[in-house]
Design a protein. Sequence first.
Length: 497
Amino acid sequence: MKRALISVYEKRGIESFARGLQEAGWELYSTGGTYRFLAGEGIKVKKLEELTGFEKLLGGRVKTLHPAVFAGILARRDSDAREMERMGFPSFDLVVVNLYPFTDAVKKGLDGEELIEMIDIGGVALIRAAAKNHRWVTVVTHPEDYLPVLEEIQKYGHTSPETRKRLAAKAFALTSFYDASIFWTFNQEKLPAFFPANFAKYQDLRYGENPHQEAAFYVSPFSLWREMVVLQGKKLSFNNIADLAAAWEMAMDFEETFCAIFKHQNPCGAALGETPAEAYRKALEGDPQSAFGGIVALNREVDVETAEEMKKTFLEVIVAPSFSAEAREILKKKKNLRLVQIPFQRRYPYEGRLVEGGMLVQERDSFTEEDFRIDWVVKPEPVPWQDIRLAIKIAKALKSNSAALAKEGMMVGGCGGQTSRVEAVRIACSRAGERARDAVLASDGFFPFPDSIEVAHSHGVAVVVAPGGSRRDPEVAARARELGIGFGFISRRHFRH
């Protein structure tokens, strides 16, 4: 006789699965709440205590941790049959388990003993044992696998070796993810000795960077991405998410009403405004040509006035914390435009990227007030603090080497991704044109030569700020004094490679 052990926290789909197994002649064992649920549905199921001879212990924390259970799961059919017969232990052919929802408990704010009790022990052990012995045992951990497994059993009387191996891999992925989630909840080290990944597939994407590449989006269970809602538009692609993530990240650097327009993970427009509509108009004005087909991030609700402005330009994605009902009515006429809603309230503490066979990880680059403390060489009067802060934040968002120009609360020119810093300054000033006059220019790194100061001055830039650190800092400072251009050293660099 075939036997199944069923112990699930989430009951979705389990009644029909268990009923199908019963109709196929399987003997079912279960525990606690699962037993009561199945028995209540009229399914013939045995209590696991009938096998172990023990009632649950320690308030239910010990139910399945028993030799009779684990021997039944781990027994090798070709070499352990005699020992199993001597012990009087039956073998299990199917183990159906899902786990206490630990991450949900964290999100609900549980802590202390309440949270500790949501760490599943027996379930994880059952899953790992069944997955280890997948040569003979099928392990099912996800409700979406119930129907295909049942259909295979109904057709052949058992599952195939390929199915068992596939489900075992899926089971190990689940326990790995589960343990990693527990680790990150309790971890207090900034860069721990082990960096377990706790990312689950959020969705498949239209394609990767190019249409011939398959892609998917994986997120942490604690990430705000899990609260992302695509309100309308086509399915997101790899590039869409990369761009909207960069734009969203920049928008969260501002407490003031702010809008950014991104292309290829670089801002081509950015501005402050009294209203969302004003911020968007000014951001668009920064470079309306590059904004075509861009990604817009706004750190305020998109209202009617803003939506009316946005509908005039072809945009790929708009990301904001919310959209008014009236704004959605206006924008839904642009059927391919994606509206993405994400709260603006907390950030994942790490950032990084995959490299061949490895992963680079660092603390998230963020601003403090120290970033805006300037050691003036030539102090302008008055100091244009709003544009200085804006230019520094834009330079951080641009790929290195970068230079950003801000004037009257908006980005008027910028350039990133250059191998030469003076070339970044030259291109940024060229893009700004006449608007470079009296603007503020910020660099994401130090000037190795005075040439960047000279280029900025030739375009009429009023103030330049950059990190120090070059051995030629005194030479650069002396040239700024000669030219009479406002110039100061900022305390930290913000490279973005």
